[in-house]
Ligand binder design. Structure first.
Ligand SMILES: [Zn+2]
Length: 157
């Protein structure tokens, strides 16, 4: 690391504290040469997780996609966005721990259901009833999107 002001590598750390609830480390630094102060953040870099569908095709795991599938299936059970976010955090932590780089889409779906079951039983029932009929989160999402556009057309009629 270099000082952003004078490019010197002679730096000292004045203060370290964890930020984002432990997700990152914030350090206040001072350049020994020019005495300017600045802040740096350190965070874990996850390799992208690959989701393997039943057909064998692969896609990069998308947190946004998982969240939107949950928002759609949980909307009527009044789970807050914050709760969904923390459920997805648990699922991701488990996913990286148990699977490393690749996870079958069915295992991902099961994992979401296990976490929901423990934390939001009503949402679990709803999610499971939808998910069980589909091979993967992706198919499930596609289907939900179709339902959405159908209901939209219905309203226009
Ligand atoms: Zn400097």
């Amino acid at each position: 690391m270099r000082c952003p002001f004078c490019q010197s590598e002679q730096l000292k750390v004045l203060e370290s504290r964890s930020a984002d609830e432990g997700g990152s480390m914030r350090r206040r630094r001072e350049c020994i040469e020019c005495e300017q102060r600045f802040t740096t953040y350190e965070r874990v870099e996850f390799s992208p997780m690959i989701v393997v569908k039943r057909s064998g095709s692969k896609e990069v795991y998308s947190r946004d996609k998982l969240i939107s599938s949950m928002v759609r299936s949980c909307s009527k059970s009044e789970i807050s966005a914050l709760t969904i976010d923390s459920i997805v955090d648990s699922v991701e932590a488990e996913m990286y721990k148990e699977y490393g780089r690749e996870i079958p889409s069915t295992a991902l779906g099961e994992m979401v259901m296990q976490v929901l079951k423990q934390r939001e039983p009503m949402a679990y029932i709803r999610y499971a009833s939808i998910f069980k009929n589909f091979n993967s989160i992706t198919e499930f999402l596609d289907e939900i999107q179709k339902l959405d556009s159908k209901s939209l057309v219905g309203h226009i009629d």
